[in-house]
Design a protein around this ligand. Sequence first.
Ligand code: C5P
Length: 232
Amino acid sequence: MNKIKTNNIITIDGPAGSGKSTIAKIIAKDLGLTYIDTGAMYRAMTLIALDNNIGLEDEKSILARAKDIKLEIDSSASDENNYTKLRLDNVDVTDEIRSREVGAAVSIVSKLSGIRKYLVSIQRELAGEGNAVLEGRDTGSIVCPDALLKIFLTASIAERVKRRKLQLYKKNQKVEVSSIEEEIKNRDHIDSSREDSPLVVPEDGIEIDTSDMTILEVINKIKQLYYDRTKT
Ligand code: C5P
């Protein structure tokens, strides 16, 4: 028997291109919960390393630099078409952290245990008393294992590549399908095989394969699961 969860937290984990961000943002908005984009924080750490010429595996130097920089994350304006606003020392780096350079490097930085520990403590603080949707790779397994509802989204690699291509196309970035596929597969491999907090379906998490589902179908399914757990 599951113990009763009262924290009003939904976690949404899954591999790149599984639809997490879009779904998490809409769910948060519809349910009046705070959206917390944990991937943006790992991307910020990666940007810090790249901008300061710090080796991607040099945990000590990345952490030391990061702790000196004010990291602000503002989800208030984020919706399915807009990324979470992220500022480093008052500079808006929302677009920079989404660059292909950061995308190609982020899984290397995210393997570092010291970085994970640092960011997980910030994420738990943001989740606070509850009323939040956390999105990432370990939010149900590590950050908030006691969440009310833990979702794991998946989709076939072909579908994920298609979605990412469309996303880049909307941003006027034309990229070869083969290179998108390679990047996604590479990230999947590193994220799933790392020693610390690998990408896994969390204990009593619910796996949803979104390959043949519309966004609305996925949203309705998650909301129904949420209502089932919150009804008195
Ligand atoms: O979700 P997004 O694509 O922005 O995540 C970028 C990367 O950050 C992932 O590929 C993963 O390496 C890392 N990440 C993580 N744990 C999280 C969120 C993201 O390791 N909770």
